[in-house]
Structure formats: C-alpha cells, structure tokens
Write a protein that binds this ligand. Sequence first.
Ligand code: PLP
Length: 340
Amino acid sequence: MTKLANIDWNNLGFSYIKTDFRYVSHWKDGKWDDGKLVTDNKLTISEGSTALHYGQQCFEGLKAYRTQSGDIQLFRPDQNAKRINNSARRVLMPEIPEAKFIDAIRQVVQANEAYVPPYGTGGTLYIRPLLIGVGDNIGVAPAPEYLFCVFCMPVGPYYKGGMKPVNYTVSDFDRAAPYGTGAAKVGGNYAASLYSHDLAKKSGFADCIYLDPATHTKIEEVGAANFFGITKNDEFVTPVSPSILPSITKYSLLHLAKEYLHLSVAERDVYIDQLDEFKEAGACGTAAVIAPIGGIEYKGKLHVFYSQTEVGPVTQKLYDTLCGIQFGDVAAPEGWVLKA
Ligand SMILES: Cc1ncc(COP(=O)(O)O)c(C=O)c1O
C-alpha cells in the first residue's frame, strides 16, 4: 500500500480537494484518442464550446472504497458507463466505450491511491467523470470536439455518528419536463434545481421533492436522489417515470430488498397524497447511500413516516447491507464490485 496523503481523514466533508492526477481524452474527427493522466486541474477550451453555451455535457458520480484488507474497490462502474452513454446519446455526444470508461477510472484511482481514505473512517474516494462538448462553434448544434475527463477527491462519510432522518418539502418547480432530459445526467437538470433547493434550505428543509412534471401528483426525485418507501405490508416501493434519473443505488437497494431482505418489491407510481401507505421512506444515491426521510411537507402539512429522530429498521438494514458490500464486508452479488 502506498503511503497515505497527509489529510485529516476524520474531518473530511464533501468539498473539492485537488488530487495529483486526472484523466483527459479528446474526441475529434470521429474518434477518441488514447487518453492520458495529467497533473493540471485546469481545462483550456474554446470560448465557443457548446458545453458553455448550450449545456451540451453530462457527468457521472461514483466512489472507490478501501476494504479492511487495504484493497480498493469500485462499486458497479459498468452501470455508470451505461448511464453516461445514455446521457451522451440524449444530447448528441459520442459514446465512451465501456472498457475505456472503466480503464480511465482505474487509472485515476490507482494514480491517486494515497487519497483513498482508510477503511473504518467511512470516507471514500469520490470520482467524477465528465463529458463536454468543446471546440470552436457558435450555432445551436453538436460540438465538433469532445473531452472526456475523470477526476477524484476524498470525501467524508455523509453521516458522522450514524444516519439521521431529515425533512423535505415539495417543490412548486420542476427539475425536468415530461419528455425532457430528466433521465439523463446532464448539467441543465441541476441548474434547474438550484433555485428550488435554495428555497427549501431557506425554509429549514434538507432539500425538496420534485413531483412528476405532467400532473404534479406523483413523487419523482428527492433533491438529487431517488425516493423509496417501505409499505405497511413490507413492500419496497420506488417510483417509475421517464423523467427520473435511474439511480444505481436505488436499483441496488431494490435487488437487496428482494434477495437479501426477502421483501416484495415494486416500481410504480407513488402519489404525494397517499403517503400513509408507507411506514418508512428514504432518499437514495451515491453520496449518502440512504438519507432516511423523517417527514415530507406538502400543502402546509408535515407527513411523518417512521420518526423524525430514529431510523426505521428496514431502512437501517438496507443501509448496512449496501455499505457492507461497498466496503467489502458483505458478499456482493456477482459483478457488483471491481478491484480498482
Ligand atoms: C437527480 C439524481 N437522482 C438520483 C441520483 C442517485 O443516483 P446514484 O444512485 O446513481 O448516485 C443522483 C445522483 O447521481 C441524481 O443526481
């Protein structure tokens, strides 16, 4: 094991830290170059780049985990490869071959091994792949060139001292349109969410819930995470809609709920006025794994699920199982973890 970087591992948050190496590959004249590791964290791109004007870009987020034996493992990077290519297709960008995507991630993790937090601190190496349209351009059209970049930084555990439920309010605004780009991880969706996020924070909530943009009756996303609920009959339920970003954490939890916890599972509509059917609820995504939902404010009333202070038992079990797999303490389903 290489020597660890001089970092206060127990006080890491989720903020930018410049690590030593990042990967850049350039697409031009119909093909990708081999890509390479570089040390400079600045990109020099044309002022006409479509990523800057027309939002022609997309990104991913995943983590590398240090196991008890000191190895470093990635969690389902093939799923991020598939998702970045879905996003790329939606905004007319070239796809990244899956092997190239995973190789780039491995190169970045290995080159920055000293920044992967030690096992037991709860910290991880957050990895951010980015695909952007660049090159001289002015009209609304796909870019002549593209950059695929991967950078990383150590981040702390989302919860210091255990999971805690948080409250959410329902946004009056949408993050995506009914047949828009909600299922793609493109920057525009996040720009569209900043204002509602700010309003929710200023009203004392962790974030806001987005309803389906067509009818505003069904839950879609919880901030930048997917929703799940555990019904009073012990069913794991998560909303289905073409404008939700398909969360890799959500589909992993759905599998664990079924195969490890032996619950029935369903992807179906979740109506905002029928929250009573759930005894527990949570938001899930790479950053937190699970943020237990204490309550949801809708039309001036706070609907409380399990508790505003305690985590429900099913939520806790799902969280422990998934974290156990990610850190190598629980046997993973075939193909879920990959040595970095
Ligand atoms: C809008 C949105 N929904 C859901 C998620 C959760 O997805 P994942 O579990 O793949 O991190 C994310 C984070 O990537 C997100 O940005």
